[in-house]
Design a protein around this ligand. Structure first.
Ligand code: GLA
Length: 384
C-alpha cells in the first residue's frame, strides 16, 4: 500500500527538498461503460489504490519529474514546455502542466516525485490518478485552487489534447471527487452528481484478468467512432439528438437499419446502459442489492455481446463468479478489452469468494489472477 513517508524520503534524498504531498486514487466503475463521452451516466467509486505526488520548487528553471514506478526521471525546461507527447510515461504529468500553461499560468521550475500502486494497464485508471495527483501538486505550487470538477476537466483535456487518448470525463472526475464509502452517479452532460452509499457489509472485489488494457489503443477509439456514427444517423431525423444520451431504443427501431450493423449494436449498448446506470443508482440507494446485481449482469452481457468490448478471460471471470458465496453482481469494468472485473460481494464472504474465484480462473484460463478486496475511498487530497 502506498506510504506517504516513503515518498517523502525518496523525494528528499533525490532533490534535497521537503515536498508537499498529494494523493489521487484509481477507480472502479460499478456500471455505465462507454457512456461518458455520449454525455450519459456512469457510477464509479474511487479505490484504495492511488498515485502520490510530492512537489517542491526549484530555482534553476527546470522541471524534473521522477517516477518511482519506472525508476527514471525526465528533465524539461519550464520556459520551453513540450507541445506534444513523446509516447513516454511523462506525457501524463507533462500534459497536465501543458494544459495549465495554456490556461495562462506561468509555470515555474519544480521537482515532482510520483509513486503509485494502482496496477498499470489494468483498467483501474492509473493514468487519471497520475494526472489528478500532478494537477493538485502543480496548482498548489502556483497558488491556484480549482474545484474538483474543474481539475477533472483540465486532466481530461491533458489526456485528449496532449497525450492523444480520446477518453471521456469519468476517470478523472471520480479520482478528483470520490467520496469514502460511496459510489458516485455522474451525469456526464452537466457534471452534476449524486452520492450513493455502499453498505459496509458490501466489499468491492476487483479481479484482474491479467490481460492488458489501454485507452490509448485502437479499439477504444474505434468503438467511440461507431457510437458517434450511430448518433449521426439518428440526428439526421431528430436534430435535437446531439449525443446518444438523447436517443431511445425506439430511435434504433426506426432508423437502426440506416446504420452499419456494428454501429447499431454499439448504440444499443450505450442507450440501454444509460437506463441501467440510473436504475442501478436507485437500487443502491434503496438497498435493493438483488436488483443491482441483476443490472450488473445485464450490463456485462450488453458490453460483451453488443459493444464487443470484453474478452474470453473477462467473460470467464464473470461466469466463474456466478455461484460463488456472497456474490451480489459481477461485470467487466473500465474501457474494455481486458483489465478487471468488479464483483460486489458480501464482505463476510469476501475472503472465501476471492480464494475460490482465483482457483477457478487459474484452472480454467491458466493464469493466476490478482484479486483485490477494496472499499470505496475518498477522492484526491493533500496528505501533508
Ligand atoms: C476509459 C475511459 C473513460 C470511459 C471508460 C469506459 O476508462 O478513460 O472515459 O470511457 O473507458 O466507460
Amino acid at each position: 500500500m502506498h506510504d506517504v513517508s516513503v515518498l517523502r524520503s525518496l523525494h528528499r534524498d533525490r532533490f534535497q527538498a521537503e515536498p508537499v504531498v498529494f494523493a489521487a486514487p484509481g477507480r472502479v466503475n460499478l456500471i455505465g461503460e462507454h457512456t461518458d463521452y455520449a454525455e450519459g451516466f456512469v457510477m464509479p467509486a474511487a479505490i484504495d489504490f492511488a498515485t502520490l505526488a510530492g512537489i517542491s520548487p526549484r530555482t534553476d528553471g527546470k522541471i524534473v519529474i521522477y517516477s518511482e514506478n519506472f525508476g527514471e526521471d525526465r528533465i524539461f525546461t519550464a520556459g520551453a514546455l513540450p507541445d506534444k507527447a513523446s509516447q513516454h510515461w511523462s506525457d501524463y504529468p507533462m500534459g497536465v502542466v501543458a494544459i495549465l500553461a495554456g490556461e495562462g499560468h506561468a509555470i515555474p521550475g519544480f521537482s515532482l516525485s510520483l509513486w503509485g500502486d494502482v496496477p498499470l494497464g489494468s483498467g483501474l485508471s492509473s493514468s487519471a490518478a497520475v494526472e489528478v495527483a500532478t494537477a493538485l501538486a502543480v496548482t498548489s505550487l502556483l497558488g491556484a485552487a480549482y474545484p474538483g470538477p474543474v481539475v477533472a476537466r483540465l486532466c481530461q483535456r491533458a489526456e485528449n489534447e496532449f497525450v492523444g487518448a480520446n477518453c471521456g470525463i469519468m476517470d478523472q472526475f471520480i479520482s478528483a471527487n470520490g467520496a469514502e464509502d460511496h459510489a458516485l452517479l455522474l451525469d456526464c452532460r452537466d457534471l452534476s452528481y449524486k452520492l450513493a452509499p455502499i453498505p459496509s457489509s458490501v466489499a468491492l472485489v476487483i479481479a484482474n484478468t491479467m490481460v492488458k488494457h489501454s485507452v490509448a489503443g485502437g479499439e477504444y477509439t474505434s468503438r467511440r467512432a461507431q457510437v458517434e456514427e450511430a448518433c449521426a444517423v439518428i440526428a439526421r431525423h431528430r436534430p435535437e439528438v446531439r449525443f446518444l444520451r438523447d436517443a431511445t431504443v425506439n430511435d434504433l427501431a426506426q432508423w437502426g437499419a440506416e446504420m452499419s450493423p456494428n454501429a447499431l449494436k454499439r448504440a444499443r449498448h450505450v442507450i440501454t446502459e444509460n437506463l441501467r446506470t440510473v436504475a442501478a443508482a436507485d437500487a443502491l440507494i434503496r438497498h435493493d442489492l438483488v436488483e443491482l446485481g441483476r443490472l450488473m449482469a445485464e450490463a456485462h452481457w450488453s458490453y460483451s455481446r453488443d459493444f464487443e468490448a470484453s474478452c474470453v478471460e473477462a467473460d470467464a471471470m464473470v461466469v466463474l463468479a456466478q455461484d460463488l458465496p456472497g456474490l451480489i453482481g459481477a461485470r467487466l469494468t473500465g474501457g474494455g478489452f481486458g483489465g478487471c472485473t468488479i464483483n460486489l460481494v458480501e464482505r463476510s464472504q469476501a475472503a472465501e469468494f476471492t480464494e475460490q474465484l482465483g482457483a477457478r480462473y487459474a484452472s480454467e484460463i491458466g493464469i493466476v489472477p490478482q484479486i483485490l478486496v477494496c472499499h470505496a475511498s475518498g477522492g484526491a487530497r493533500r496528505l501533508g
